[in-house]
Design a protein around this ligand. Structure first.
Ligand code: ATP
Ligand code: MG
Length: 421
């Protein structure tokens, strides 16, 4: 127990964190290019926010939330998704009073869902998410889709399929609900138990069922796209026109409905094919009524969430190695007496911005070299008795064995010189 993390959680080890940092830097850069700035919201919120925001007919609220009572008897929930917190923050700080749109992103936000842990499905995962408040035009929907697409492509993730759909608005969706229910009621007895429950609460979700039999049964279900009102249809046409202009491949897929209740008009997913089947790496859409549901202002919005673990998993499965950052640039070795000189040299190197260290474990000189090698430091510095007496240091480049003895003051220049060649 003591040395085992809870089921469905994963540690990021020091030797692997460079991969996270690499993709996070890419995400930051991509968001900044389009004018999105970072927001950070708490890991937990009042439970009520998610009941209202995510929708109490969704799988997330029904069975996946980490909810508890705190010592003050408040019902608290660990973030099961990123959007509701962003909306709460937007409203609480009156960000709608500033020039709109308000564009924000969150990076590496922990998300908690009580799911059945399996490949690509954790109880704590992390999302990069982007949200844009106060813009109703489909140009933003398109910008977000493009951003996510190019980001993943840039990282080297191929065979990405961009799947888009429109699920209409409260004006046109009720008619669709009726049609869909008519269609489903003939097939009720063959649907899975969960879908039978969905029938009353949220029939759209049946289209999203992962059971093969349900998928087969709903193959010819009516499509929302045929019933969109003029406004929603025009919006969807605009979205497609923007994506066409940008020249990215996409597929209109009437089965994409998303698991959250708050979506209106555009919904989309970025899907990759893996050996184990399709994997959704990014999902999002427009939620024009969510802000009003939580606050009072009617403000259109659109956003997406991208699972970092799934991005890394795809990079792994495609054998894409991310550039490793050097652990140490220089490892300083020394003979016993010269420990303080070695220590001083390390401080001097660090001050100059060079990643450096020395042995802290009382190893022999030979063992220090062995250790230095294991860290992958491309340069070792040696302070033997002679060097200590003369105020010099011997640098050795590990790749080709080139050695050079220099005055301590010149160490920075000499290291830079060795690194350059
Ligand atoms: P799925 O259909 O796979 O359950 P979802 O619709 O529940 O996904 P969203 O709520 O849209 O997922 O979350 C956005 C992204 O977060 C997903 O596309 C995925 O990359 C990631 N994600 C969601 N749930 C998990 C999880 N349990 N473990 C790891 N990543 C997840
Ligand atoms: Mg899910």
């Amino acid at each position: 127990m003591l040395t085992q993390a809870p089921r469905g959680t994963r540690d990021v080890l020091p030797a692997d964190s460079y991969r996270w940092q690499f993709i996070e830097n890419k995400m930051r850069a991509a968001a900044a290019l389009a004018g999105y700035r970072e927001v950070r919201t708490p890991v937990f919120e009042h439970t009520e926010l998610f009941l209202r925001g995510v929708g109490d007919t969704t799988d997330i609220v029904q069975k996946e939330m980490y909810t508890f009572e705190d010592k003050g008897k408040r019902s608290i929930t660990l973030k099961p998704e990123g959007t509701a917190g962003a909306v709460r923050c937007f409203l609480e700080h009156n960000l709608y009073a500033e020039p709109l749109p308000c564009k924000m992103y969150y990076l590496n936000s922990p998300i908690f869902r009580y799911e059945n842990p399996q490949s690509g499905r954790l109880r704590e995962h992390h999302q990069f998410g982007m949200e844009c408040f106060g813009a109703k035009e489909a140009t933003v929907d398109a910008e977000l889709i493009l951003l996510a697409y190019h980001l993943l492509q840039d990282l080297g993730i191929g065979n990405l399929s961009v799947e888009i759909n429109s699920i209409g608005c409260p004006k046109c969706r009720p008619l669709y609900h009726t049609r869909l229910k008519e269609f489903l009621s003939d097939r009720m007895d063959k649907l899975c138990v969960t879908c039978r429950e969905r029938f009353d609460r949220n029939p759209l979700r049946v289209l999203d069922c992962k059971e093969r039999t349900c998928q087969e049964l709903t193959k010819d279900a009516p499509s929302m796209l045929d019933l969109l009102c003029d406004e929603c249809r025009e919006h969807f046409e605009q979205l497609k026109a923007c994506l066409d202009q940008a020249g990215i491949p996409y597929r209109v897929n009437a089965r994409i409905v998303r698991g959250l209740d708050y979506y209106t008009k555009t919904v989309f997913e970025l899907v990759t094919k893996t050996e184990a089947g399709n994997l959704t790496v990014c999902g999002g859409g427009r939620y024009d009524n969510l802000v009003e549901q939580i606050g009072e202002q009617s403000i259109p919005a659109v956003g997406f969430g991208m699972g970092l673990e799934r991005v890394l998993m795809l990079l792994d499965s495609e054998g894409i190695e991310l550039p490793k950052t050097l652990w140490y640039q220089v490892f300083v070795t020394y003979m016993g007496e010269n420990r303080p000189s070695a220590f001083a040299l390390v401080q001097q190197l660090r001050k100059a911005g060079i990643r450096a260290d020395l042995d802290h474990c009382g190893r022999s000189l030979k063992a220090q070299f062995k250790y230095a090698n294991k860290t992958g430091a491309p340069i070792t510095a040696v302070i033997g008795d002679e060097e200590a007496a003369n105020g010099t240091v011997k640098l050795k480049r590990m790749t080709d064995g080139e050695e050079k003895t220099i005055a301590i003051e010149e160490v920075y220049e000499a290291v830079k010189e060795m690194e350059r060649r």
